[in-house]
Design a protein around this ligand. Structure first.
Ligand SMILES: CC(C)(COP(=O)([O-])OP(=O)([O-])OC[C@H]1O[C@@H](n2cnc3c(N)ncnc32)[C@H](O)[C@@H]1OP(=O)([O-])[O-])[C@@H](O)C(=O)NCCC(=O)NCCSC(=O)C[C@@](C)(O)CC(=O)[O-]
Ligand SMILES: NC(=O)C1=CN([C@@H]2O[C@H](COP(=O)(O)OP(=O)(O)OC[C@H]3O[C@@H](n4cnc5c(N)ncnc54)[C@H](OP(=O)(O)O)[C@@H]3O)[C@@H](O)[C@H]2O)C=CC1
Length: 419
């Protein structure tokens, strides 16, 4: 496999797929074994990762293929329990690569650490006092993480906000911290806890919370794509614009639209050992930052009639820290992507989200989601009732043909055909 483009990849055996990806990503035999082996996260690793461990839980690792991002081919590791997500991603990436794929950018790894100051008689006055001490606050915080500072990171700015709350006015201090290639929670939380007594001293207020914000609005990943109208058909372009207009106007639809985007994003976040909850909460908070819950993507038509899509999403993912360096399969997933900077990972993930949204909207706005999704779901059901090989294919075809993709029917067919 020399490029990430591979027609019929999904028809290969699991072993052959692994060989092809291994060749593309220069995986060693040992790394391939780690991916094959559901017990790669052994008891000892598991017991060190979280608490009260009693076992391990395995999910499938697949690959989104056909991706070209900023001119480079990628095979994207994805861990998910949901059928048709990886197919959809590869499908959209295939359409996108016809026109040079995705173009992505990143605003930098700036995280916000919040310090909540209460019991202030004069919050506006206290805010000015904080700004007067800005340089000293930065100096003291940066002393807490010399490694981060050595690599060019650390606190870059201090901001203050006065908010009205149920408990009265509060002064909220934001440390804006460049966490470079780390997600950064530990670094920024340490800084916030360390600096809090000093802020109490200079403002004479009382500090309660000292914690990062998952609304990482200074750590945005962006991606854009143009799909030629010949690939989609003019009617499908217009239908997708109708679907987008619906999501833009209606939060009930926008929630599902954004769920489809997260269908692509979360599997890559998980595969690379990053924090899925951090990304989910950041995405949905950012979707409502204007006061209205909106889609995280935009879709328009250009002068040629081609479909033009964009995504902008907070993307606090790292390559050091968290589970990324502990989980053996996550380490191989990162190697598969060949990324060395958190920025590259963030841009890939945003592009996968955009691709996923494109595939879902195309299906929804044209033939409906059920044909593609349900045919893959049917395989899931047939496997669950114990079907394998030719019997599995027979049950799947029958369920799809009769549009009866249900567990009881899969069981009924299994019993009938196995007699
Ligand atoms: C499912 C497809 C891809 C079928 O699509 P199709 O038109 O039957 O596909 P095709 O046979 O023309 O194949 C096109 C390409 O898709 C890929 N592909 C095709 N089949 C497979 C497969 N079995 N395994 C892996 N990859 C597959 C593969 O790359 C293939 O290229 P080829 O290799 O043939 O050159 C299409 O219908 C699709 O993209 N559907 C969208 C499905 C989707 O979004 N699923 C997510 C779950 S639904 C949901 O939760 C979100 C939602 C929908 O509610 C969000 C929203 O509302 O916005
Ligand atoms: N609300 C939330 O989202 C919260 C999330 N978490 C969890 O925090 C974890 C992530 O923590 P995180 O702080 O990223 O990880 P770590 O603290 O493990 O790693 C970050 C540290 O690695 C060192 N480092 C070495 N090289 C680099 C580099 N190139 N770029 C940046 N840092 C470098 C830095 O200094 P040094 O060596 O001095 O440490 C840095 O502070 C996740 O597991 C997440 O689930 C925790 C609390 C809250």
């Amino acid at each position: 496999m020399k490029t990430s483009s591979y027609s019929g990849f999904y028809k290969l055996s699991t072993e052959k797929r692994l060989d092809e990806v291994g060749e593309f990503s220069n995986l060693t035999d040992e790394e391939k074994n780690l991916l094959r082996d559901p017990a790669s996260v052994n008891e000892e690793i598991a017991d060190h990762m979280v608490e009260n461990v009693i076992g391990r839980f395995t999910l499938p690792l697949g690959v989104g293929i056909n991706f070209v991002i900023n001119g480079k081919d990628y095979v994207v590791p994805m861990v998910t329990e949901e059928p048709s997500v990886i197919a959809a991603t590869s499908n959209a990436a295939k359409m996108a690569r016809e026109n040079n794929g995705f173009f992505a950018s990143y605003t930098g790894s700036i995280m916000i650490s919040q310090i909540q100051i209460t019991n202030l008689t004069n919050p506006s006055y206290a805010a000015i006092v904080i700004q007067e001490h800005r340089d000293e606050i930065i100096r003291r915080c940066n002393e807490q993480d010399p490694v981060l500072v050595k690599f060019g990171g650390g606190v870059e700015d201090v901001e203050t906000r006065i908010i009205d709350t149920l408990a009265g006015k509060m002064l909220i201090v934001h440390l804006k911290v460049n966490t470079l290639d780390a997600m950064g929670a530990n670094a920024v939380n340490t800084m916030a806890e360390y600096i809090a007594p000093y802020l109490e001293e200079i403002t004479e207020g009382t500090v309660y919370l000292r914690i990062l914000s998952n609304l990482a609005m200074h750590r945005l990943a962006r991606s854009r794509v143009i799909i030629k109208k010949d690939i989609l058909g003019e009617k499908a372009v217009d239908s997708i614009l109708q679907a987008y207009a619906f999501a833009e106007a209606d939060p009930f639809r926008a929630a599902t639209h954004n769920k489809g985007i997260m269908n692509g994003i979360v599997p890559v976040v998980l595969a690379t050992g990053n924090d899925t909850r951090a990304i989910e909460s950041g995405a949905h908070a950012y979707a409502s930052i204007t006061g209205r819950y909106l889609p995280l993507t935009t879709w328009e038509k250009n002068a040629n009639g081609d479909l033009v899509g964009t995504i902008e999403i907070p993307m606090a993912v790292g390559l050091v820290g968290g589970a990324t360096k502990v989980h053996p399969q996550a380490k191989v997933a990162v190697k598969m992507l060949g990324v060395e900077k958190a920025s590259d990972l963030a841009m890939i993930i945003a592009s996968v989200g955009l691709a996923q949204n494109l595939a879902a909207l195309k299906a929804l706005a044209t033939e409906g989601i059920q044909r593609g999704h349900m045919s893959l779901h049917a395989r899931n059901l047939a496997t669950t009732v114990g079907a394998k090989g030719e019997l599995l294919d027979k049950i799947v075809s029958k369920m799809i043909k009769e549009k009866k993709v249900r567990m009881e029917y899969a069981q009924e067919l299994f019993n009938q055909y196995s007699k």
